[in-house]
Write a protein that binds this ligand. Structure first.
Ligand code: ATP
Length: 299
């Protein structure tokens, strides 16, 4: 009986995983079913990732003909670099990520990974190469351990434990009533935004994709959660190409390059220090956020 139960249980797990994964992507991007289907080119080869370089070459895009959202955006994330994109709400940051995943086709220009136009490779291989830590992670009704193992379902117990440690979840799990057997999700324990984000980081650590995308949650976190998420992000992105959509500038001061977007254009770019010296919109956002932090601490 147990022998029969195990594979069925496993199939259920895989099914839930696939459902969860779609829900994750849909929720992350607010995708609606009317998104036009994008087909692979006939005999599209898989993406061959060697160095992990991302390039947007003069990309223009609009969701409809009436409004241009990105206007000739060019950017390059060199292998193993961390590049952050910041800017006001609606500037077009998430749109960049949707185009990188090829959920939409560019209007003109091209998105390339290691020199390959992503329109010419299979979508499955493209999405396998990119790991995403979304704003809001979907947890399914299972143990916290299985929720993490969902990053790579054939991961060994040692690998899952290591991912838990690197994602700074070990203290949290130790305090749960049944440790890592504790049920989470809609019918189990509810996790805070920061805890869920660390689950997403642990999953990504298990997946170890060559390219990483972090879509930082807009909601504010207390400074302890923020610190442990930052440390976890550093662990997972060490030596990986990563693109970070950031809302809190304090999380990206160490980025190799920061792009500031406004109304579909890149209006400033450089390191944190260079941007402060430019004294433009980045510097303005930085001082505003610093002031807010001081006010929150005093409150
Ligand atoms: P935020 O920081 O609030 O997440 P953002 O910089 O990521 O904002 P995008 O989500 O890229 O901004 O949106 C850019 C513009 O495109 C916005 O004006 C938005 O309303 C519009 N937009 C986003 N998704 C769609 C869609 N599916 N259909 C039509 N317009 C959209």
């Amino acid at each position: 009986m147990m022998q029969l139960f195990m594979p069925l249980n496993f199939l259920g797990f895989v099914y839930r995983e696939m459902k969860g994964s779609m829900a994750n992507i849909e929720r992350m991007f607010g995708l609606l079913r009317r998104v036009p289907a994008i087909n692979d080119a006939p005999d599209a080869p898989p993406l061959a990732v060697s160095r992990g370089e991302i390039e947007f070459r003069e990309v223009s895009f609009g969701y409809g003909p009436e409004r241009q959202i990105l206007d000739r955006v060019s950017l390059r994330v060199r292998p193993r670099q961390k590049v952050a994109v910041v800017g006001a709400s609606g500037a077009g940051k998430s749109t960049l990520v949707k185009l990188l995943f090829r959920f939409y086709e560019v209007g003109s220009g091209a998105v390339l990974i290691d020199g390959q136009d992503i329109r010419e490779v299979s979508q499955a291989s493209l999405r396998r190469a990119i790991g995403i830590v979304p704003q809001d992670t979907v947890l399914f009704n299972a143990s916290i351990y299985d929720n993490i193992r969902y990053g790579r379902i054939d991961a060994s117990e040692d690998e899952v434990r290591e991912a838990i440690r690197l994602a700074h979840l070990d203290d949290f799990i130790a305090r749960l009533p049944d440790g890592h057997h504790t049920l989470v999700g809609e019918r189990g324990l509810k996790l805070s935004g920061g805890e869920k984000q660390r689950v997403a980081i642990a999953r990504t650590i298990l997946k170890r994709p060559p390219i990483l995308v972090f879509d930082e949650a807009t909601s504010s976190l207390d400074s302890r959660s923020e610190r442990s998420i930052l440390q976890a992000i550093r662990e997972v992105s060490r030596g990986q190409t990563s693109l970070v959509i950031a809302h809190r500038l304090s999380t990206i001061v160490d980025a190799d390059h920061i792009l500031v977007m406004q109304d579909g254009h890149i209006v400033e770019q450089g390191s944190h220090q260079q941007l402060l010296e430019q004294d433009g919109s980045y510097a303005h956002m930085w001082w505003l956020q610093q002031r807010q932090r001081v006010q929150e601490q005093e409150a």
